[in-house]
Design a protein around this ligand. Sequence first.
Ligand SMILES: [Zn+2]
Length: 120
Amino acid sequence: MNEDSRLVYSSDPKLNQKCARCKELVSECTCQKEVEVKNYKFVAVMRMEKSGRGGKTVTVIDQLPKNEIFLRELTTKLKKKCGSGGTYLMDKKEGVIEIQGDKRDLIRDFLTKEGIRSKG
Ligand SMILES: [Zn+2]
């Protein structure tokens, strides 16, 4: 930080902290903090969606805990289990995993084995 840029900062450094996730000022950030998965009761909700221009079917697993490590590991396992591609994302409230293809049966079985309740 050089002298010039320091001048535009207010005297209270807390007011100038930015959220690492959305890059908004902390005072304006609406992100929720990541949750502790083991303390988080949830029921995953599955639904089918068409994605992209090709209209490929994806299985969306919604209402998952917002925890990046949990989502990344679960996505990796589901991709392996289903033998298809997939990704995860976190919105403001929750985590979402998308697996390519209609894999509801495989995913439901897998989630049950992992001790995760699901519906849809
Ligand atoms: Zn934020």
